[in-house]
Design a protein around this ligand. Structure first.
Ligand SMILES: O=C(CO)COP(=O)(O)O
Length: 248
């Protein structure tokens, strides 16, 4: 069975109610390719609001969550709380969480494990920095980050989407070329075949993220191992509809 194209919008710490209404109205107007799964990653404080105004065909994701169900963790939210307000997805391990908030592979894995155990679906992010790429360490980094997730995911791969986001391409306007992205996606799939299973490797969807726009989405989407996008800046704009429809 083919992998269903999946496009996520990561709003990061952007948006207010006015802008959110505009974004949602634009998505409602679409029209969106029905063969594409759409997930919007919303700041925690707006999750319930967005869930209340968005059509059920569009999933809503948190951008982070903690690794236990409840307790003395000031400022954190748990998967149980997300589920309680109707949220079924969470983005974990984003490079901004890793670099700005110091999240290491091990913590990301703990969060992924608990989110999956709690019944959430997870977009798990991986990707190398410019320095790592220039040192020829792209595969080493991406494999290390993914290896940390293997036992956290266990047999729950059906509830996981991987997002390959080279850090040097995020918010910089420097998109990875289709060849660069395809190369990493393909070697990651090979690695998964050996280290998880051939079935997992074949079925798991790998999104590309990093300066995706309506202008470059079609060419990236045409690559055989690119199964969707995780979109930052452009997910706040009307062109997000064109990115969702990139395989049409
Ligand atoms: O980090 C990203 C999505 O998670 C990518 O952000 P940009 O699309 O703004 O480069």
């Amino acid at each position: 069975m083919g992998r269903k194209f999946v496009v996520g919008g990561n709003w990061k710490m952007n948006g207010d109610k006015n802008q959110i209404n505009e974004i949602v109205n634009n998505l409602k107007k679409g029209p969106l390719d029905e063969n594409v799964e759409v997930i919007i990653g919303v700041p925690a404080i707006y999750l319930a609001y967005v869930k209340s105004i968005v059509p059920d065909s569009i999933a809503v994701a948190a951008q982070n969550c903690w690794k236990v169900p409840k307790g003395a963790f000031t400022g954190e939210i748990s998967p149980a709380m997300l589920k309680d307000v109707g949220i079924n997805w969470v983005i974990l391990g984003h490079s901004e969480r890793r670099s700005i908030f110091g999240e290491k592979d091990e913590l990301v894995a703990e969060k992924v494990a608990h989110a999956l155990e709690s019944g959430l679906k997870v977009i798990a992010c991986i990707g190398e920095t410019l320095e790592e790429r220039e040192a020829g360490k792209t595969e080493e980094v991406v494999f290390r980050q993914t290896k940390a997730l293997l036992s956290a995911i266990g047999d729950k791969w059906a509830n996981v989407v991987l997002a390959y986001e080279p850090v040097w391409a995020i918010g910089t306007g420097k998109t990875a070329s289709p060849q660069q992205a395809q190369e990493v996606h393909s070697s990651l799939r090979n690695w998964l075949s050996t280290n998880a299973s051939p079935d997992v490797a074949n079925a798991v969807r790998i999104q590309y993220g990093g300066s995706v726009t309506a202008a470059n989405a079609k060419e990236l989407a045409a690559c055989s191992d690119i199964d969707g996008f995780l979109v930052g800046g452009a997910s706040l704009k009307p062109e997000f509809v064109d990115i969702i429809n990139a395989t049409k």
